[in-house]
Design a protein around this ligand. Structure first.
Ligand code: 4AD
Ligand code: MG
Length: 432
């Protein structure tokens, strides 16, 4: 029996007989020769079936093999006669694991987004969708690596929660036995704030939920967030940590995923410019700049999607928009001394992408935070545990949350973030 290999390792087996297991995603040829495009998840190879090199039975299998059929193929790996770093499989035997009997729904022709989303379970197999998932995996691992080497440990925050983190209008509500209502977490931030008093610096990374009625290319109702939090870190240092992290993540993708970025036709020149320090501007400065560019944004308003696009097209580095008017930001944010602005920053990705990170220094004074909770008409009873953190050894602390799909969408250069999550959930879609 020939040794089973993964197609990503082809170059190590030139001249040897091997076995691969996978799927046939395309076929060309007729008469005396067939070219089978084979993939195994880790890579692809062209299998050449020459009538004189195989038994009549095997040649017949090649003739009849249909798209996406699963196969076990043996043969010798050879170097491509022309292309550098490309290899071919001179097929000796094909064993069919399952022969596909119907036409594969996703053909080579262009399909509309709706059709592709309905067939997401199959669409995931396409080279572009596979490439996005491979890059997403690199990003996830790079985030873990950066945070772990910078003294953060992972603390898993709960998904079922009694209270809101990011405002009460976007909550998925469920009945929780005798306890009444519970909600799906919008962010694990409040919980990892509790954990920094145990471990100093920590992060969570998991699915979060927003019952937002936004139908934009940047909104999902379920998405993955990494919240990071650190004790004794204030506003400025909080941004430095984010710069280091984003720079590291982009570096890792450029190191590991050039093939995938090429499949995605992602221009990598803009990514090479992602080096700290990034651009820093206050909300006040940004409003002035945007108004000069024709936006109607007001001093006391959050940036709209169009504002973010306009601003980020102008610069080739990510932009921190700092110190938003306090009234448009969350209750937990510490404010500037004059009480007017939040000590926060949103990080906007360049090339028109917009917000990928939201973060801030947290209010650490018991009385002030209690006042905020009341101002925001939140239940003091629900937040008593969060207030406790300001009673027992309160310290200045800061953190931020990255939307994994937004970050992946930017790095992969995708228009809509729904392509970056394996099974997107949006207002109108819960299947597959
Ligand atoms: O800005 P947000 O709402 O901040 C928080 O939730 C904080 N508690 C995070 C923290 O400080 N630990 O969300 C953080 C990020 C956004 O910058 C964006 O990238 C992403 O999460 N995000 C979404 N991604 C996809 N779909 C949505 N509906 C999103 N809403 C936010
Ligand atoms: Mg935000």
């Amino acid at each position: 029996m020939a040794q089973k290999i993964f197609l990503k390792d082809l170059r190590d087996y030139v001249g040897q007989e091997i076995m691969m297991e996978g799927w046939m995603f395309n076929k060309r040829g007729a008469g005396k020769i067939y070219f089978l495009e084979l993939r195994d998840g880790s890579g692809i190879v062209q299998g050449i079936v020459f009538v004189k090199a195989v038994s009549p039975e095997v040649f017949k299998i090649a003739e009849e093999l249909t798209m996406e059929s699963s196969v076990r193929v043996t043969g010798e790996i050879t170097k491509h006669p022309k292309n550098e770093d490309e290899y071919e499989l001179q097929v000796k035997n094909i064993e069919v694991i399952q022969l596909v009997k119907e036409d594969y729904p996703i053909a080579k022709k262009e399909h509309g987004p709706d059709f592709l989303l309905q067939n997401r379970h199959l669409w995931l197999r396409s080279p572009t969708q596979r490439a996005i998932q491979v890059v997403r995996n690199t990003i996830i691992n790079a985030i873990y690596e950066y945070l772990n080497t910078n003294g953060y440990i992972k603390i898993d925050s709960p998904i079922l929660t009694p209270n809101a983190c990011e405002g009460t209008t976007e909550l998925f509500e469920i009945d929780y036995f005798e306890e009444g209502k519970a909600y799906l977490a919008q962010s694990g931030q409040l919980y990892i704030e509790a954990a920094i008093f145990s471990v100093g610096r920590c992060f969570d990374f998991g699915p979060v939920f927003r019952a937002e009625k936004s139908k934009t290319r940047r909104h999902l109702t379920e998405f993955w967030m990494m919240d990071a939090e650190a004790a004794f870190v204030e506003h400025e240092e909080n941004m430095q940590i984010q710069e280091g992290l984003v720079e590291f993540v982009v570096e890792k993708v450029l190191e590991k995923n050039l093939k995938e970025l090429a499949i995605l036709e992602r221009d990598i020149e803009p990514l090479k410019k992602i080096k700290a320090p990034f651009i820093h501007k206050t909300h006040t400065e940004v409003v002035k700049e945007l108004r000069e560019m024709g936006s109607e944004i007001q001093e006391n308003q959050d940036l709209g999607a169009a504002d973010e696009t306009m601003l980020t097209m102008k610069y080739d580095k990510p932009i921190f928009v700092e110190k938003y008017p306090a009234e448009v930001k969350a209750f937990y944010m510490k404010r500037t001394l004059d009480d007017k602005f939040a000590l926060c920053a949103d990080l906007l990705a360049p090339e028109g992408y917009g917000e990928v990170i939201g973060g801030s220094q947290r209010e650490d004074d018991y009385g002030v935070l209690l006042g905020r909770i009341k101002e925001h008409k939140l239940s003091v009873e629900d937040f008593d545990w969060y207030l406790d953190l300001r009673k027992y050894g309160s310290v200045p602390h800061s953190g931020f949350g990255i939307g994994l799909e937004r970050l992946t969408g930017w790095i992969c250069g995708r228009q809509h973030i729904r392509e970056t999550i394996p099974f997107p959930r949006t207002i109108g879609r819960i299947k597959p």
